[in-house]
Ligand binder design. Structure first.
Ligand SMILES: Cc1ncc(COP(=O)(O)O)c(C=O)c1O
Length: 434
C-alpha cells in the first residue's frame, strides 16, 4: 500500500493529534504499539489514538467519532464500557484491586462460566487468551504425557512459543527449534490432512488445538461435519481436543462454538468477550484433567493477577447480561442486516468480495472465492482492503486494520448505525472498484 494512495483517500480525516502521539510513542515503543495487531502497517498511515469508547462508538483524541466494528478485537460484545460492568468494577476497585488470596467473586464467576459451558467441570482464570491457551497446552501435555500439539495453518492462538510457528502466518523468530519440532500443522477444513499429521506423529500427539471458527484468516467457517470429524480423529488417535474459544466463546452463542456445532472438546479456552473489556482468560476441562494442575497435580500454572476481583466483578455482569437469549437474537439480527445490505451491494456489481461470518463475527474479504483455509486466504487482496479500510475510516467507521482478522458487531449497534455502515460500504466498494 503506497503512502500516496492512502493519503489521497484519508485527506478528509483530520487526525493531527493522533499523528503527533504516534510519532512520539514510536520513539519509546517498537512500532508505536504495545501489540502488533494495533499497527496500521498493513493498511498504511498511522494508528488512531482513541480517547473514549462507549457503546458502539469511539471518539479519537482529535474529536472524530466512529462507529466501531473493531470491538477491541473481540471483547466489546456488549459495546464499550457497559454501565453495569463499569459500576461493578468501580465498586470492587474501591475495596481492593488484587488481594493475592482467594475471594468469593472467583466462585461466583466460575459457577456462571461452568453453567454456560457444560463440557467443563472445573475452570481456572487467567489474564489473557494467550495465557489460557498456553496453560491448556501444558495441561494437555502433562495429562497425556505426550509432547506434540497439532494446529491448523493460519490459526492464531496467542503468542506463547508452542503455538507460534517459525514459518507461515504470524510466525516468529525466537522460537527454540526444539519447541517448534513439537508443533505439527494440518490444513483447516481438511480431515485427510489432519489424519495424515496424526499418523505421522502417532502416539506422540498430546492434543489437537483448533479455533472452531478460524478468526485470523478471514473468518473461516468450518465445513459441515469438519469439527465432528476432528473430534472423531482425536478419539481414534487417542489425543485431546482443545477448543480455542478465545474469540468465539460467548460471541457466537452463550455456550460458544461448542454449543453451536454440538461438539464436546476436552479442554476449552476463553478470553476476550468473557471479560466484556476487562483483561481475562479462562481454561477448563473435566475434573480429572483439571486436577492435574498444581497444587493437586503436577502441572504448574500460576498468576499474580489471575482471578483478580475487578475482572471477576466485571465478568459476572457480562455473563448475567449474556445469559438472556434476547442478546444473541439482537446480535444475529444486526449482523444479518449488515450482511444483507453488503451482499446486495456486492451482487449488484458482481464484485470479487466474499462475506464471511458466523454470528456477530465477520470479515469482508477481497478475493474471488470463499476462503476455506490458509491457502485460500493468501488470495485476499491487502491492497483493496487498505483502500476499503481507509475509505471507511475517513467516513467514521472503524474496522480492524487487517485484511484477514475478524470484525465484530456488538449488542450496542443500532439499526440506524448498521444502515449507515451499509451506505458507506457501498460507496467504498465503488471507490475500490472504480
Ligand atoms: C483465537 C485466539 N486465541 C488466542 C488469542 C490470544 O488472546 P490474547 O490477545 O488475549 O492474549 C487470540 C487473540 O486474538 C485469538 O483470537
Amino acid at each position: 500500500m503506497s503512502q500516496t494512495t492512502t493519503s489521497a483517500i484519508t485527506k478528509a480525516l483530520n487526525t493531527p493529534q493522533s499523528k503527533y502521539y504516534h510519532d512520539l510513542i514510536e520513539q519509546i515503543t517498537p512500532g508505536g504499539v504495545n501489540s502488533p495487531f494495533r499497527s496500521f502497517a498493513e493498511v498504511g498511515g498511522h494508528a488512531i489514538f482513541f480517547d473514549q469508547a462507549k457503546g458502539s462508538r469511539l471518539i479519537d483524541i482529535d474529536g472524530n467519532e466512529y462507529i466501531d466494528y473493531l470491538g477491541a478485537w473481540g471483547p466489546a460484545i456488549l459495546g464499550h464500557s457497559p454501565n453495569n460492568v463499569v459500576k461493578a468494577c468501580q465498586d470492587i476497585l474501591a475495596r481492593g484491586a488484587v488481594f493475592g488470596t482467594p475471594h468469593t467473586l472467583e466462585f461466583e464467576f466460575g459457577k456462571l462460566l461452568l453453567e454456560a459451558i457444560p463440557s467443563m467441570e472445573m475452570v481456572r482464570f487467567v489474564n489473557s487468551g494467550t495465557e489460557a491457551v498456553m496453560s491448556a497446552v501444558r495441561l494437555a501435555r502433562g495429562y497425556t504425557e505426550k509432547d506434540v500439539i497439532v494446529m491448523f495453518e493460519g490459526g492464531y492462538h496467542g503468542h506463547s512459543d508452542s503455538v507460534l510457528g517459525s514459518s507461515g502466518h504470524r510466525s516468529s523468530g525466537g522460537i527454540p527449534s526444539g519447541t517448534a519440532e513439537n508443533t505439527a500443522m494440518a490444513k483447516y477444513n481438511d480431515l485427510d490432512s489432519l489424519e495424515a499429521t496424526l499418523k505421522q506423529n502417532k502416539d506422540k500427539v498430546a492434543a489437537v488445538l483448533i479455533e472452531p471458527v478460524a478468526g485470523s484468516m478471514g473468518v473461516v467457517v468450518p465445513d459441515a461435519g469438519f469439527l465432528q470429524g476432528v473430534r472423531m480423529l482425536c478419539d481414534t488417535y487417542n489425543c485431546l481436543l482443545i477448543f480455542d474459544e478465545v474469540l468465539t466463546g460467548f460471541r457466537m452463542a452463550f455456550g460458544g462454538a461448542q454449543q453451536l456445532y454440538a461438539i464436546k472438546p476436552d479442554i476449552s479456552c476463553f478470553g476476550k468477550a468473557l471479560g466484556g473489556g476487562m483483561p481475562v482468560g479462562a481454561f477448563g476441562a473435566s475434573r480429572e484433567i483439571m486436577n492435574r494442575l498444581q497444587p493437586i497435580g503436577d502441572v504448574y500454572q500460576a498468576g499474580t493477577f489471575s482471578g483478580n476481583p475487578v475482572t471477576m466483578a466485571g465478568g459476572i455482569e457480562v455473563l448475567k447480561t449474556l445469559k438472556d437469549p434476547a442478546v444473541y437474537e439482537v446480535l444475529e439480527a444486526r449482523a444479518d442486516r449488515l450482511f444483507k445490505g453488503l451482499r446486495s451491494s456486492i451482487e449488484a456489481r458482481s464484485l470479487p468480495v466474499q462475506l464471511q461470518r458466523v454470528g456477530s463475527m465477520f470479515a469482508v474479504v477481497f478475493c474471488e472465492k470463499p476462503v476455506r483455509n490458509f491457502e485460500d486466504s493468501k488470495n485476499i487482496s491487502a491492497e483493496q482492503f487498505a483502500l476499503f479500510f481507509h475509505y471507511l475510516l475517513s467516513n467514521g467507521i472503524m474496522l480492524p486494520p487487517s485484511s484477514v482478522d475478524a470484525a465484530c458487531v456488538s449488542f450496542a449497534h443500532s439499526e440506524d448505525e448498521i444502515d449507515r455502515t451499509i451506505d458507506i460500504c457501498h460507496s467504498a466498494f465503488n471507490r475500490v472498484f472504480a
